[in-house]
Structure formats: structure tokens, C-alpha cells
Design a protein around this ligand. Structure first.
Ligand SMILES: [Zn+2]
Length: 469
């Protein structure tokens, strides 16, 4: 009897497996397929390996899928270890999670949750990745003395740029605007790349430098979030334009800016040479062949060790400030304590279109001035909406990080560290989009996203100037 029962169960499971397998030829109608026909981009599979920026076949069995979650499914996805996937983002209002997942693993998930509601966001991941790299050679921009700053910059923002091209553009600014731009190298990463701070200050005889309020803006903490790098660079460019047209503007004369466009140079470089979807830095961990610490989980404020292992994307390191970048930043702030009165901090990430305010580590801890923090966050969101019509949600970072489900997920963030130790006004901005392309936002959005972030930063600066603490 027992064997008959087992046989029936096995048979039912087999039927189940035939009913629910996920098959790329038999997808729901909502699927995006048009990108393959984009005439600007040949399909990567038609090209020789030498013509491709990285090995794209590593993603060929992966899809990005948006699943609607119930409490059970969400807990399963966060706590389980038997199905492999990378979490891209989640939307707490719509109760969805975006997963990058191998089609075989997705089939396992479908067998476990047969009623799973899902949409395929990206079906041809390799091609979508391929299309984020520049289609033209970048060398036209490197050390080209025939182009002036203006012309070079207009070209520069047409595509995403690799680290060498970014560095040569930054050098060009330094040479063209030596009175207002000073690039400081504040330390070296694990791979001996320089961590560069673009110190932007317009001379003002009426206010001593150390009396000016300082605003810190960072991008590229997570390597694959390219739009945060391009947006920080675009901000620098637009501040130079503002200086050219209105040098006496209060934003420029009464504030001091520290921009760090590429906070994670090792990781960023790696996304250009090896894996477009890399997130962490690239330093050694206790497990051989597992590289990288999540820099945004490395700061010594309510730091707890991640439950994620060293190979995982959320790995915190074994001790606080173990990541080179967070330690360099902390040292720099401590050494230049008297020079910089940091009032504002904006850490740019992607994607989700969100303005996140402290704290990240816990929803039980109420930040000081919570009402004011929320008021400014809504103001930032509104300034974006007025500029481009795009909606950014305002919420505490702990909710976005799921700190209530697993406290280590939100701990050791730069948001909490900067808010608690250094900055009155601290936010993390998750830029576009809400998931059609996710981390793979096409380069045609560099300038539109840059423009809406310029509006947001101007609003942020005016708010801080009017705040008389
Ligand atoms: Zn990020």
C-alpha cells in the first residue's frame, strides 16, 4: 500500500512537472521581445566573441522575472538557500520582487509555488546587457586635445563610460576649471585604484571655506548601478554650466561640494571587463575565489555581520570597516573634520525610483527630526516630478531593506553612518527605472535622469541654505 501511495505521489509530481515547466517558447503575452529588433544593436549572438565587451554567454540561461509575493513566499525567498537567484529589487506597495534567475531554478520555484504570479521583465538578458555598453569606440574621448571641454562633454554623456574614460574626463575638468575643481585622491582600493573625490568650490571672499556648509554626493557604491555614476558626473557638469552662466548663485558661493562619482572603482571596472551585474567591491574574503564585500554593509554604525556568506551579494565582511572604500572614507572624514561641516549627504543608487531616509538598520529606531527629514524627502520627490513627470516613492530605508524580516539586511549602511555621525540631512536615492530595464537602463536615459537629479539636488541645496541650524 505504502509503495502504491509513493508511486501515485511520484506520478502526480511528474504530471505537475509537465504542466508547469517554464519554457522560453511558451511565454505569457506580456513579455518584452522588441529589443531584439532594435536596429541600432545587432544581436550579440551574430557577432564574434572578439567584438563583444565581455563574455555574454554567462547570462544566456538567465531571465529577470517579477514575482508577486505573499508573506510565505517572501520569507522563503529571503531565508531559503535551496533555489539560486539574485534579488534585483522589490516594491513594497505592489508587493513584488524582481529576481535574476536561471530558467531551471525558476522551474523549481514554479513547482514549489504552482500559483506563483509573475511577469518576465527581461527574457534576453545577454542582449539587454550587451546594449548597455557603448556601441562606438571610447578612444575618441581619451586624451583628445582637439576637442574642447564643452564638445567632449556633450559626447561623453551619450553613452556610459568606463573608468579610464571617466578619469580622463575628470582630468579635463581639473585642467579647464582649476579655480573651482580640485580632484583629491583620498586612498587606494584593494586593486590599487585611486578613490577620487571631486572637490567643487567656488571662491567666495565673504565666507571662509571651513564655514561653508558641505554637501556630499556619491555614486557607484554598487558596481552595476551605472546610472548612479553617470548621474553624479552629470551633476558635476551641470554645476560647471551653472557656474558659467550664474557664478554668483547662492548654491555655488555658499556651499561646498564633495562628489565621488565612482565610489567602488574595482567593482565598476569589473562590470566593464568581466561581469556587468557585479555589485560588491573586489577584495579578498576568507573563502578562496569568493571576492568582494558589500561596501554599503561595511560601515561601523549598528554593524552586524551578514547572514549572507562571503560569496553572496550582501556579504558584510568579518569586521566593520573591512571594505577598503568605507575605511578610506571614514579616515578622510576624520582627518578633514575641521575643513568640512557636512550638512547634506545623498548616496545615489538604482533602481526603483525611491527617496530613502534613515534609518536603514531598524524600523524601531526613530530618527531625530523625522518630520523634517520626511518633508525634505517629499520636496526632493516633487522637484523630480515637476522636472520630468516621474514619480519617486518616499519611504524609510529599513522598509526597502527588509530590516524587520532579517535585521542584518539593513545594518552597516553609509546612510545611517553619515546621518548619525556627520550629516544632518542624509538620503539614499534609487534612480530609474521601476523595472523595465532595472540595472540595465539604456544610455539614452543618462541625460533625462541626470536632469531630474540636478533638479532634486538644487532643491536639496536650497532647502539646506534656508535651514539656519
Ligand atoms: Zn545600490
Amino acid at each position: 500500500m505504502k509503495y502504491i501511495l509513493i508511486s501515485i505521489i511520484l506520478l502526480l509530481e511528474t504530471i505537475n512537472a509537465f504542466q508547469f515547466p517554464f519554457n522560453l517558447n511558451n511565454l505569457p503575452s506580456k513579455l518584452f521581445t522588441s529589443k531584439i529588433n532594435n536596429c541600432n544593436h545587432p544581436h550579440y549572438s551574430k557577432l564574434h566573441q572578439n567584438e563583444l565587451p565581455i563574455n555574454l554567454s554567462q547570462y544566456s540561461n538567465d531571465i529577470v522575472v517579477r514575482v508577486s509575493y505573499t508573506k510565505t513566499l517572501k520569507e522563503y525567498l529571503i531565508l531559503q538557500k535551496d533555489i539560486k537567484f539574485n534579488k534585483w529589487a522589490q516594491n513594497n506597495n505592489k508587493k513584488t520582487i524582481d529576481l535574476q534567475i536561471n530558467t531551471d531554478e525558476f522551474n523549481k520555484l514554479l513547482l514549489k509555488f504552482p500559483n506563483l504570479q509573475y511577469d518576465i521583465i527581461i527574457d534576453d538578458l545577454s542582449q539587454t546587457i550587451y546594449e548597455t555598453y557603448p556601441q562606438t569606440n571610447q578612444s575618441e574621448l581619451k586624451d583628445n586635445e582637439n576637442l574642447n571641454f564643452q564638445t567632449q562633454s556633450e559626447l561623453f554623456f551619450k553613452e556610459y563610460r568606463d573608468l579610464a574614460t571617466i578619469n580622463s574626463w575628470l582630468n579635463l575638468i581639473q585642467i579647464t576649471y582649476p579655480n573651482i575643481v580640485n580632484i583629491e585622491e583620498i586612498g587606494e582600493t584593494y586593486e590599487h585604484k585611486k578613490l577620487k573625490v571631486v572637490h567643487f568650490q567656488v571662491p567666495n571672499d565673504d565666507i571662509e571655506h571651513h564655514e561653508k556648509k558641505t554637501i556630499v554626493i556619491t555614486g557607484g557604491v554598487h558596481a552595476r548601478e551605472w546610472i548612479s555614476v553617470s548621474s553624479t558626473l552629470y551633476l558635476i557638469y551641470q554645476f560647471i554650466q551653472l557656474f558659467n552662466s550664474w557664478p554668483n548663485s547662492k548654491i555655488l558661493t555658499e556651499l561646498n561640494f564633495l562628489f565621488i562619482p565612482v565610489f567602488n572603482p574595482d567593482g565598476y571596472e569589473y562590470t566593464w571587463t568581466t561581469d556587468r551585474l557585479w555589485r560588491k567591491n573586489r577584495q579578498e574574503t576568507p573563502i578562496p575565489k569568493c571576492f568582494g564585500i558589500d561596501i554599503d554593509h561595511s560601515y561601523d554604525y549598528h554593524w552586524t555581520k551578514s547572514t549572507d556568506w562571503a560569496c553572496g551579494e550582501e556579504y558584510s565582511g568579518e569586521i566593520p570597516f573591512e571594505s577598503f572604500e568605507s575605511r578610506i572614507w571614514d579616515n578622510y572624514l576624520n582627518e578633514t573634520n575641521k575643513e568640512h561641516k557636512i550638512y547634506g549627504y545623498l548616496d545615489l543608487h538604482s533602481y526603483s525610483q525611491e527617496v530613502l531616509y534613515p534609518y536603514a538598520y531598524s524600523c524601531n529606531q526613530q530618527p531625530r527630526d523625522e518630520e523634517n527629514l520626511i518633508e525634505l524627502a517629499w520636496g526632493i520627490a516633487k522637484s523630480i516630478r515637476l522636472k520630468s513627470g516621474y514619480n519617486y516613492q518616499v519611504l524609510p530605508a529599513c522598509i526597502d531593506k527588509d530590516s524587520d524580516l532579517l535585521p542584518d539586511l539593513g545594518s552597516g549602511s553609509s546612510l545611517d553612518y553619515m546621518y548619525h555621525n556627520k550629516a544632518y540631512w542624509a538620503y539614499q536615492l534609487k534612480l530609474r527605472d521601476t523595472g523595465s530595464h532595472g540595472f540595465l537602463l539604456p544610455s539614452k536615459y543618462i541625460e533625462p535622469v541626470g536632469d531630474e537629479i540636478v533638479s532634486a539636488i538644487k532643491y536639496f541645496c536650497e532647502f539646506i541654505l534656508s535651514d539656519d541650524r
